[in-house]
Structure formats: C-alpha cells, structure tokens
Design a protein. Structure first.
Length: 1027
C-alpha cells in the first residue's frame, strides 16, 4: 500500500480545463482486504448519447497513468468501471481524467480512506454532486434521487445545492440551525416533528417543493414564498409543527419580499401551528401589513386538516385577485379571530372568488370567526362567485372588533355571503342578525338554513329496576335530522343504540335498555343526533337510577325432596333495595303482608294444617316513593304429609271361605289434593315376603290403588300382606296385615239370581238374592259408582227380592257389582256380577240426500246420537253396512258414498238404520232419483287466443250444455281467484243472445265448469289474453 503523496499533482487544480459529459463518479481506494487488484475507478456519462472514450487517461497521485482500452464506448447515462492494476494512495489521493487530446475533463478532491471496508468516495448526485464517503455502489447509480443529511451532506443547504430537480432529501433527527434558500424543486423530508427540528427563516423561490416531517422554530417568518422572479406553484407543506411562540411570527407568507408573479397550487395539510399567548401570530397570510398592498394574483391555496392555536389568518385583498382559497377541516383555538379579509387603502380592485371556509371547528375560545372588511373599503365588485362559509361549527363565539362568528361589514348592495348550513351552537340559529341564541352573524350574511339539533324532555323510566327493561326518551328536532341514538354506560362499557320514533308524535324518540344489562346503581346516558351532513349533536348527560330488584331466598336453598318438592317446611327471606319503603308478600291471592322478617308457611290459603300446603304461589314486591316494583311470583311445591294406606282388602284378620284366588288390594291416599301424588312405580306388594305383580291404578290426580289377584289357587292357611309406597316428593309409608284362606268348610250358600251378566235397557234392575240359611247381613257394592261403598240390602235374612220384587238403580254403561253375605260367625260369601246398561235408544236426526232429490251416490250423509254404536246400515235394495260410520256419541256425523251402478235413471227408496246391542232405529224412508251421467260441455267462446289474436276489451262467451246445469268459471290468473256463476238451471250461455264479460289486461287461464243437480260435472280450460 502506497504512503506517498505526490505534491506536484496539486498544480493540476490550477490548470485550465473543460468539463464535459463524462465524470469521475466513484472511487474505491481502500477496499476490504488486500488493496492490490481490488481498487477501481468508476466513470459516468450523464448525457443521453454514447461517447467513445478510447485512449482517455486516468492519472493518480502516484504518477501512474491508466489508459482506457481502444474501442471503449460509454453509452448514455451509463457507468464504466476501470480496475486499477496498481495501488492507489489511502490518503491524499487525487484522480484526474483527460481525454485522448490531453484535455482535462474532471478531477477529484483529495481523497482519504482508512476504513478498509466496503465504503467508497462517490458523487451524490451522479456526476454533479460533491464527493461523499458512503456504501459503495460499483457500476450502478450512487443514489435513487435520494440525498441524505447528514449521511451525504452535513447541512440541509448543502444537500439542496447538490441535489437535482425532483430529488428527495431525507434529514435525520436532530436540531439544525440554518436559513434555507430552496431554489429548486425538491422534496425535503424530516424524521418527524419533535424529532427533526429546524430553526431559522427560509425562502422558497421555486415550484414543485414538498416539505414534511419537521418542527420549525422561528422568531420571524418561517417560509416566504418569494415570487419576485417567477410564478411559484405546486408547493406542499404537510405533517409539520410550527413553533411560532416568539411574537410576532408568521408560518407561511404568500407575497413576501417584492412579488412580481403570482402564487398558485399551494397545499398546507395536517400541520400544527402554536402561537404565543399574545396571539400576535399568523399560520399563513396573504399580502403585507398596513399600507403595504399586494397586487399579484394568489390562486388555489388549500389549508386543510390543520390545528391552529393562538394564531390568525390575514388575507390582504388589494389590486391582485385571490381565487380558490380552501380552508377545510381545521381546528382553531384561542385565536384573536380565525380569518380576516382586509385592506386599509381605499378603492381596491382585487376580487375574492371561491373563498371556501368549510368543515372547520371554531369554538368560544376564538375572538371571532370569519371577518371581512373592518375598514369598510370593499363593495360588490370585490366579491366574485363561489365564496362560501358552510358546514362549520361556530359554537360559543362571542365576537370582537365588530366581528361575530361570520361577518361581512363592507357597504355592499345586493351581495350576500353564503353562510348556510353552519352549526351556530343553538338549534334556533345565530344571534345578532339572526333571531336565535347561537353565535352572532352580521347583516349581508345568508345563514338560513343552518345546522342544529334541539333536545328536550329527556326522561327515563320513573321507577327503574334491574330486572325490568328501562325506557329512555327524548324530543329531538332540527334541520336535516338523519339519525338519533341513545348512548349509555354500564359497568364501564359504553353502548350506542338507535332510537325509535314514538308513533303519534312529531319528534319523540325512545329506546329500551334490556334488563339483562342492568345492575343496581346509576347509568349515565345521553341522546345523540346526526344530521344529513354528518354533524353529530348532543347535550348534557343524564343519570338513570336503577333500583335493586327484590330478592327471595329460601332455606333450604333448594327443594329437599324429589321432583322439586319440599318435604320440610321452608323458611323464606326477602331483601329489597336500601331506598325502598316496604316489602310486601302474599300467598296465592290472599291478603298482603308487610315483610318484617323470615317467615314460614303460616298464612297459606289452605291451612291449617300446614301439611295441606301443596302447590303455592308466593308473590312479592318492594314499595318506593316513585312507585311500586312489579310483582314477582315464584311457585313452590310443598308436601309435608306421608301417603296413607287404607281400605284393606281382605280386612286385617279376615277369613276367605269362597275362593282360593281372593283379590288383595289397598287404597293409597295422599290425603290432600295439593300433595305431590302417588309415585306408581314405587308401589311394592309382598305376600308372605314375596313380591307379587300388583296392578297400580290412578284413582284421581294424586291417589292410587294397588290390587293383586293370584294367577293360581292359594293353599289354605294364613297370609301376610305388605305394601310400601312413596309419593312423587319422596315421602314413604308401608303397611302389613293378615288374612286367612279356608274354603274346605262351606258355611252357607249365596245365590244371586238377579242381576246377572249381560245387557240391560233400563237403569233400574231387579235384585233377587237367596242364602241357604239366615245370615246377619246381605249387602252390595257397585265399583263403578263415583264413590264406591258397601250398601245394605237386608239384616237377619235369607232372601232379598225373592218373595217380593226389589229393584236398585245402577249407572248407565258398565257396572261391576259384588254381593256379599256375612253370617253370625263372621263368615263371608261374595259373588261378583258384571253387566252393561244402555237405557237410551239410538236416534237418527238427519239424512241426505233429501226426498225427491237427484243423486249420483256421492253425497250420502247421516247424523245420529248413540253412545254404544254397534253398526250403521243403509238399505234400498241391498243391505250395506257402513264401515265408515263407527263413531259413538251425541250428534255424530258420517259422510259416505253408495255405489248406485245399475240404478241410473231410476228412483230408489233408502233407509238408514243405527243399532246398539239392544235395539235398532231407522230413519224415514226417503225416495231419490239416480243420475250417473255427466253433462257434456261445449265452449265455443272464449277461444284460446294470445299474442296478436288477443281479445280487446270485453270477452265473448258462447257455451252449450247437454242438460240443465249450474254453469260457472274460475279465473286462475285473478288476484283473488274464486268460482263465478254464469247461470243456473240452464243449458246454454251466449248462444241465444250475445254474452260479454270484462277481464283485466293480461293472460287469463279460465276453467269453465258445468255441474248438474246430481253433482256430476264436466269442465274445460281456456287460455286467452286481453289487451
């Protein structure tokens, strides 16, 4: 590696030379690793045309001359890398480039590289910039229109000076103190406001400038748009913070210096302008100060989405027109007036056109809003078209200096400033020139219609409880009302739900909060409204007091029996809201009680005793000053009574003489009808310790009976019966009793002559009973009675009804009767008799078809009354049993058909007979005529016609039939299709005289039907179109 420095080469810097289009663009003098054979020099042709560089020489500080080989052509805007065979100096290296004629074309500065890495010396930008030491870019562009500060240049101004039009200059974070002159179209990007700070005053004298991502600090004017030499246009200043707290300060000055040309297409977007407490500050301004007029034209200024604090916008309108100024979407706070258009000299010629102030937020911290002409120098000619102040919030603006929220003080004639659709902070509009209570406006301002929504009668449910929906309500009205919603916060969660307009009202809206969201406490709520322009309005927050619902607790906490039944007396406690007056409760519908402490079943409607509790409804509610809580109800199932086993058969200790298969039974009594009821599956019967297959039958809704009849003969002897039972609540009982079977010694005979097994046509039956000897008691029981019990027939007797006729009244229908005789020793003989009573004869009340009618056999009908129908028949020649007619009961109806084949054209006489087991009843004989032939229908008109052959207006009908019929039609295409009659008892329609029918336009599908007296029919379908 060479360490020498050739001083004589410095003379070259004083030699005359001509710069061409080829430059030394990049040099690597100390590559990573070995230098020998790895060092190189890059040339760049910045012209678009190719250039032959054969024989050109590259000289280094060591005196080495490197010649470009023959036939080397460097194409336009391309790079040529020359690999240096000898080592270059690592310090003090100067490279020169001369053409084949020895003319000096380019020379580098003195270069040094001690880093031994992949950095190189390179021009940024290519060919024209100063040499910068940075990451090598061998054979390619040294930059992609990107200049970095401080990586490439230590100052922003150096970066601007070395950049070319369209370059982007990226400025790292840090504090830079410079006064910039931006004389070319570049984009200067900081690392973000608060990160990159630039202190100084700056001049923009070129178009196509973009500035973004800085915090600007100044004590004067941050940017002057200097149009003294040329028109300035297409300037973008966005995403910056302007520190203008050193008063007086200006952010951006249009028309600063000595402007001779106009300014247009400037966008100031999403910046923050912070001014001093004195409010002597402008985020931007057009024109000069007092007595310094501006006569150039200013166009297309967009001031959008910015935040302005303590600064005002002055627009000095004199002889130059100002067009297309858009101030949109900004927030203004604590300004000494937001915008003022002014001049202090008389008779200005400039015209303000398309000044648009829209969607801005101007609150009461501002002295005034938009003020025009405090010096009264403008007239109608100074105002062009399109000036608008629309869709802004002017809320709480008091006004100052003669200006209000919007003011036009010029002595104009017919001109009015369009200030429609603004929110003046009051739904009844602005004050001063307006009659409302909002921010003031001046005369010459068109402020109607305005934006504003009024709220009134904001109410909530008077007495709200956490288990009931709560209703919120408010009156909402205003221009362009588009949406209303209720906002409320519960447990830190905010909900927003659309309100519903209350029927029958003009402007009342409501919403119900579902009880599932409510808890005891306070719910903050408000009502919001949005107009058709997207403006949202609301006013003060209201509080909804939600009271705790009364709580019932029961001990034990859940039913302690089966199937949700309590089997021990529960203890009830009530807890209400702390702000409640009293808690009331009542059982079922009895009198209310004031809750004083835990209570049991005392006071239930069917007590005493408490064991009769059964199914109970407990009702309770709390009383408040605002009203009463809705009554709450809970059902309780309480069974405090064990089942009772009674009516034992045989009796305990009874001796059975007359059968070896005695019935063993017991009645299972739940005692109180409100109890849980016998659990049939729990019943167990044992005889002599063995479980038998007993039958359990429900006797009513809660009681049951259990019975068992042996399937084979019992042996004589003693038998122990055991029955256990549980009810549905889980309460249990059991019972044990004894009986004896002894049939070997017959003590006496019992003979029941009457009643006997069979059917009876009367409910009063003869009783004829005898015994072989006198007995103490003869009695009977009918198990089909509502309350079966043994009834005495005679005492100390040997007959009943034998010597003198005796009768007893029994039930209609089935009767199961037992007759029992008991002798003086307690021996019992018993005879069972099963019989059926049917005392009501059948009744036929109506038959169809009626006398002298015509039938085809399809329309037969009978109505009859009989509780025990055996069969229903019809007779005319054959006898036919009607299988369709089997229903028993009062006024039973049966529709049936009869096959009358072979009787067409004849008269027949028919009878319908209804029979039970004892008797038959027939209807009167009815004579009818048989007709089995269907009519023949011919539809001549209307015809099947659609399309070009369609009917116009009314449709002709011409129909003939083979016999007299009812003629009708059915339009399937009608909105409400139904059969429409044409004629009755007729055999033509429209053949003797013209018949027309009117139909709606369109295609119609008609069914024409002819029905004769017997019900036989013929039909035809026609499709036609009416136009």
């Amino acid at each position: 590696m060479k360490k020498r420095f050739w001083v004589f080469l410095l003379v070259l810097f004083f030699m005359p030379f001509v710069f061409g289009s080829v430059f030394i663009n990049e040099v690597e003098i100390n590559p990573e690793g070995s230098d020998s054979g790895n060092e190189w020099i890059e040339l760049y042709n910045n012209e678009s045309s190719a250039l032959d560089i054969s024989g050109w020489r590259i000289n280094d500080s060591d005196g080495e001359i490197h010649v470009v080989p023959d036939f080397t052509t460097l194409t336009g805007n391309s790079f040529y890398v020359f690999d240096v065979p000898t080592s270059l100096l690592n310090s003090g290296e100067v490279i020169t480039l001369v053409d084949e004629n020895g003319v000096l074309m380019d020379v580098t500065a003195s270069l040094a590289d001690a880093s031994n890495d992949n950095d190189s010396w390179q021009r940024i930008a290519d060919g024209v910039g100063s040499f910068v030491f940075t990451d090598l870019t061998k054979g390619v562009s040294n930059y992609n229109n990107l200049v970095e500060v401080p990586a490439h240049y230590s100052s922003i101004q150096d970066a601007i000076d070395n950049a070319i039009e369209g370059d982007m200059i990226e400025v790292d974070g840090g504090v830079y103190v410079e006064d910039l002159v931006i004389g070319k179209g570049v984009k200067i990007i900081g690392a973000g406001f608060g990160t990159t700070t630039l202190t100084g005053s700056h001049v923009i004298s070129s178009s196509d400038v973009e500035i973004e991502g800085f915090t600007f600090v100044t004590s004067g004017t941050t940017f002057v748009l200097d149009s003294s030499l040329e028109t300035i246009e297409d300037v973008l200043i966005e995403n910056n913070t302007f520190d203008l707290t050193s008063s007086p300060s200006v952010g951006i000055h249009f028309g600063g210096g000595s402007p001779a040309f106009g300014v247009s297409d400037v966008v100031i977007d999403n910046n923050v302008f912070n001014g001093p407490v004195s409010m002597v500050c402008n985020p931007w301004k057009i024109g000069g100060s007092f007595g310094i007029p501006l006569s150039v034209e200013i166009d297309d200024i967009d001031f959008i989405n910015n935040e302005v604090d303590h600064c005002s916008i002055p627009i000095n309108l004199y002889d130059g027109d100002i067009n297309d100024v858009l101030i949109d979407g900004n927030v203004f706070r604590d300004t000494d007036g937001v915008v003022y258009v002014w001049h202090d000299l008389a008779d200005p010629d400039g015209k303000l056109s398309r000044f648009v102030f829209t969607n801005n937020d101007v609150d009461g911290t501002n002295s005034y809003g938009v003020g025009i002409d405090t010096h009264l120098v403008y007239n109608d000619s100074n105002f062009g078209v399109g000036n608008k102040v629309n869709h802004n919030d002017f809320i709480g603006v008091v006004g100052d200096y003669g200006f209000g929220a919007v003011s036009l003080l010029s002595p104009v004639g017919s001109y009015e400033l369009d200030a429609e659709y603004n929110n003046w902070g009051s739904c009844d509009g602005p004050s001063d020139a307006g009659t409302g209570g909002g921010s003031p406006v001046s005369v010459n301002v068109d402020f109607d219609p305005w934006i504003g929504i009024c709220f009134g009668n904001k109410t909530a449910s008077n007495c709200s409880f956490e288990d009931l929906d709560a209703r919120l309500s408010a009156d909402v009205s205003g221009e362009g009302l588009d949406d209303v919603w209720f906002s409320y916060t519960i447990d830190g969660v905010n909900y927003n739900n659309s309100g519903s307009k209350v029927g029958g009202t003009e402007n009342t809206y409501e919403y119900e909060i579902n009880s599932s969201l409510l808890n005891n406490g306070t719910v903050a709520w408000n009502v919001y409204a949005e107009d058709e322009f997207g403006n949202v309005f609301f006013n003060g927050v209201q509080n909804l007091i939600v009271r705790a619902a009364s709580l019932l607790s029961v001990a034990p906490s859940g039913p302690d029996g089966d199937s949700f039944w309590y089997v021990s007396e529960p203890l009830f406690s009530l807890l209400g809201d702390v702000n409640g007056l009293n808690i009331y409760y009542r059982w079922d519908s009895v009198l209310e009680n004031i809750y004083a402490g835990p209570f049991g079943l005392e006071g239930i409607p069917n007590a005493p005793p408490l064991e009769s509790a059964g199914i109970l409804e407990l009702n309770y509610y709390s009383e408040f000053v605002c009203g009463n809580e809705s009554v709450k109800s809970e059902m309780f199932y309480v069974d405090l009574q064990d089942p009772v086993i009674v009516d034992l058969v045989p009796l305990d200790g009874e001796v059975i003489y007359n059968t070896l298969r005695p019935e063993v039974s017991a009645y299972l009594d739940e005692v109180y009808q409100g109890n849980s009821g016998i659990n049939h599956s729990s019943v167990v019967m044992k005889i002599n310790g063995g479980v038998v297959s007993a039958v359990v039958v429900g006797e009513d809704s809660v009681d049951a009976s259990v019975s068992y009849t042996p399937e084979s003969d019992l042996t004589e002897g003693d038998y122990e019966v055991y029955v256990s039972v549980s009810d549905n609540a889980g309460r249990a009982s059991n019972k044990t009793w004894m009986f004896t079977v002894n049939t070997s010694s017959v003590v006496f005979d019992l003979i029941v002559n009457s009643p006997s097994v069979g059917y009876y046509g009367t409910k009063r039956l003869p009783f004829n009973i005898t015994t072989s000897e006198e007995v103490v008691l003869i009695e009977y029981i009918n198990y089909n009675d509502r309350t079966p019990r043994w009834k005495r027939l005679c005492r100390n007797c040997d007959e009943y009804g034998m010597n003198r006729k005796k009768t007893k009244r029994v039930r209609e229908g089935e009767n199961n009767i037992s007759v029992r005789a008991t002798d003086q020793f307690g021996n019992i003989m018993e005879v069972d008799v099963g019989l059926m009573v049917d005392s009501k004869k059948p009744k036929v009340s109506r038959v169809l078809p009626r006398r002298n009618k015509v039938t085809n056999g399809s329309d037969f009908y009978v109505r009859y009354s009989e509780d025990n129908v055996e069969n229903v028949t019809i007779m005319w020649n054959p006898l036919v049993v009607l299988s369709e007619c089997t229903e028993s009961g009062r006024n039973s109806e049966c529709f049936f058909g009869v096959d009358l084949t072979g009787f067409d054209g004849q008269e027949i006489e028919y009878v319908v007979r209804v029979s039970d087991s004892l008797r038959s009843v027939s209807s009167r004989t009815t004579k009818v005529k048989v007709d089995l032939v269907s009519p023949e229908l011919v539809v001549n008109m209307p015809e099947n016609k659609t399309g070009l052959e369609s009917y116009e207006g009314k449709v002709p009908f011409n129909i003939s039939v083979s016999e007299k019929v009812k003629l009708e039609y059915y339009d399937e295409s009608a909105s409400r299709p139904r059969w429409r009659r044409l004629c009755v008892r007729c055999n033509e329609y429209g053949t003797d005289r013209s018949r027309l029918k009117r139909f709606k336009d369109g295609v119609h599908s008609l069914i024409v039907r002819a029905v004769d007296e017997a019900g036989n029919s013929d039909e035809e379908r026609i499709v036609f179109e009416v136009v």
